[in-house]
Write a protein that binds this ligand. Sequence first.
Ligand SMILES: Nc1ncnc2c1ncn2[C@@H]1O[C@H](COP(=O)(O)OP(=O)(O)O)[C@@H](O)[C@H]1O
Ligand SMILES: [Mg+2]
Length: 339
Amino acid sequence: MSEKLLEVKDMKTSFFIHVGEVQAVRGVSFTVDKGEAIGIVGESGSGKSVTSMSVMRLLQYPGKIKSGEILFKGEDIVKKSDKEMMSIRGNEIAMIFQDPMTSLNPVYTIGDQIMEAIRRHQGLSKSEARKKAIEMLELVGIPSPEDRIKNYPHEFSGGMRQRAMIAIALSCQPDLLIADEPTTALDVTIQAQILELMKDLKDKINTSIILITHDLGVVADVCSRIVVMYGGLIMEEGTSQEIFYEPKHPYTMGLLKSIPRLDLGEKKRLVPIEGTPPDLIKPPKGCPFASRCPYSMKICMEHRPPYFEVSKGHRSMCWLLHEEAPKVKVDTGVKRGTA
Ligand SMILES: Nc1ncnc2c1ncn2[C@@H]1O[C@H](COP(=O)(O)OP(=O)(O)O)[C@@H](O)[C@H]1O
Ligand SMILES: [Mg+2]
């Protein structure tokens, strides 16, 4: 039996600003098992970062978790004191962001920053921490780590900095690593290397991973399950195979069609989803995707669909799955063996 590490239950998070309440996350539920990597994907503004910041309890004013539970190892994070959260962050849950320069301190060497993280969490002596820091840099694939620990962040390339951030995040051996668009700023080859590294580390250290990205193409390889978010809600959830080859939500299908496709060579096409995401101050009554959906029906505008279970663990919030709905067959262009 797989063991649950994180269980988010009907979490709602809003920002209370002068013009009203921005309902960024409107009730999401998902779980992450021990040692499992899940992907959270969706266009910009879907609520991915707010979801992860809520789990980390890093939301800043005027943001607030309104309701729901975030069970980490069975205990509700929402109820923890700031002090308890400080100890959980870094020790048990670590996070890496898109731009490592915002998290790395430009005036300290990479080595100092890794050693500081190691010493804070593991209480090692300076020389032990140095040895460990070198090991960590080696683990994340930085060549000649004995020399490299003396470098400052600006002496590292973007890809190297992201590797260093991963080394810092993993130096405390967290149970859960949340990576929010960790490769978005990097070029495609480096992206692939960083993702390969994350996959590798997951297997080696058995860390659970939440990989957040707007690019569905990025998650397939690393994540066994994918959660598709839009308008502050989970539109569809399934295994990577199900999401890629048997998508059941028109939004997922739209995302799949918009992935740049290497296998199509010259003819590679990007078909963006037309229209814009909903206003989260006045979210639509029905399905948030209805106004952009090519298959939208009257009911979609009026009532938010429930989750329909496609198969065990595969669910979709779409009226098309209602037994009386017209049958829709869509070619997303993704063929087995190409994703
Ligand atoms: N500090 C804030 N104040 C007001 N609204 C915010 C704030 N941060 C995020 N939001 C809103 O929350 C929604 C979800 O944002 P976010 O989680 O960052 O999206 P994603 O990470 O999927 O691109 C967006 O509509 C965004 O405008
Ligand atoms: Mg984001």
